[in-house]
Every structure is written in C-alpha cells, then in structure tokens.
Ligand binder design. Sequence first.
Ligand code: AMP
Ligand code: MG
Length: 290
Amino acid sequence: MSQDNTSELSKLWSHEPHTHLKFRPGDKVSEINAEATPGFTGSKSDAPALAAERGERFAGLQEMLYANSRSGDHRSVLLVLQGMDTAGKGGIVKHVVGAGNPQGIQYTSFGKPTPEELSHHYLWRINKALPSAGHIGVFDRSHYEDVLIVRVHNLVPPDVWGARYDEINAFERELVDTGTTIVKVAMFVSLDEQKQRLTDRLERPDKYWKYNPADVDERLKWPLYQEAYQAMLDKTSTDYAPWHIVPCNRKWYSRLAVLELLIEALKSLDLSWPPAEFDVEAEKKRLASA
Ligand code: AMP
Ligand code: MG
C-alpha cells in the first residue's frame, strides 16, 4: 500500500483498488463476481470507520485541488459512473462524493436525451458538463450510454455507434491532455441482487421514485448489455483513462473502493497547499495594528 495509508484501518486493503480493479485485456464481464470484495481483507463491520477516515482524506485532497485552482492551476478530476439500474450509482454520489465539499463538486446525471440534446452531437451535453478548474466532475451515467443503451436498442445504426468508441477515446485523450484526470468506474450488480433491489423499491413507498417500469425491460436485455459492456471495456480502457471494474452487490465495498479510486486520482496530482501570494509576516503585523 502507498505511504499515506499508515493507519491500521487502511491496512484492510491488501491490494490498492486503482491497480487491482483496473480492467485488463481479456477480462470477461460474464466472469465478474458481483458478490466479491477484491483486495479487501476486512469485513462490513470495518466499513464505517474506514469510510470516515478515508472520507476525510478525500475531503482534504479535494480542498487542496480547489485551493490550487484559485492560484491558476487548471487541473480537474472527472468521475464517470456507469452501471445497470440498482448498481448503486446514487449511493456513490451520496456517500462517497458526499464526503467532499459540495462547492468543489460538479454533479451531472445523464438520462434519456431531451429533444434539444438529440438535435446535437452526443458529446454536446457531455462537453457542457465537464468540470472546471479545481473541481471534481461526477457523471452519473455518461457518454458511454451512447454505446450501451443506444447499442442495445439500436437507437442509431451500428456503423454510427460503432464509430463512437474511437471517438470517445480521442475525446478523453484531449481531456486528459488538457488537465483532467478521468476515473472510470464500471459498477456490476448481479441479476439476483438487482431483482432484490427492484423488489425492495416496489415494497417501500419511499423508494417508488427510484423505480421505473422500464428497468424490468432493460433487465430482460442483460445478455445484450453484457455484450455492450464488454465491448465498452475492451475498446475504451486506455492507459490514460482506464476502466475499473467494481463489484457492487455489497454496497459498503463498492463505496470504499470508489473512495480509494478518487483518493488515488487526487494523490497522483501531487498537490500541495499553494504558497501565500502576499507577505505573511507583513500581513500579521498589519492585522495586529488594524
Ligand atoms: P436513471 O439513471 O435511472 O434516471 O435512468 C436514466 C435512463 O436514461 C437510463 O435508462 C439510461 O439508459 C437512459 N439514457 C441515458 N443516456 C441515454 C442516451 N444517450 N440515449 C438513450 N437513453 C439514455
Ligand atoms: Mg433508474
């Protein structure tokens, strides 16, 4: 583990999620065990304390990113969350990203495109939502819907969606080159667990709002989605913007894993507190007599 993970709690990771969960050529979606907790040696009961400790670490780094942008650093981070319904994207936003300061977060969820969005190139709405300097952008679904649901439902012809993988790679290359660190998370929940979670939504009036009858139709297309997810991972996992495969049947695990992915992305920026742009001693004196 890296040197900042010195507490007893952080030693609960035997392997760092950013390397251990990274998609490798040949990895098969059909072989993902959504129940698993790869790299984690602790148990669910360890999660609350670890999440609190690492949440603070995340918040500190996030603030440093933001602080640097005030003195001209243009860098940003973009978290891309993709997963089938009930995978827990909302929970990541609430519990993981929520550990940070809302001031520095730019959250966007991408649903079915509006007529206006449809009249533009599919990256139009994505471009508008990119994080500005010092911010962490969070995409709850993303441009990858344009090679997932669009492919599964034939919303555009195959040659059109087929050209998008290279286009997305070029788009992300440009983003990385201009200072955005991209963290791509593919969240996998098993079909059984998804059924359980959808059932829960139907049994609880406070969850009806999360239920969409169309989720059942998408569920029935799981084999086609598996193919679409496989193609997405095979074709758009690059060295500059790799995918991470996160098993999501255990919410406490997926949240801890994504938290580590974000921390690692921020650490890779090698941030420090920006120096004062004024004479600190002179200001102390001036203030003392003000
Ligand atoms: P939810 O995230 O549960 O609010 O659902 C949003 C829905 O919008 C999902 O079924 C997505 O697959 C769908 N969606 C997102 N982006 C697109 C897109 N580009 N084209 C068609 N459907 C989309
Ligand atoms: Mg939904």
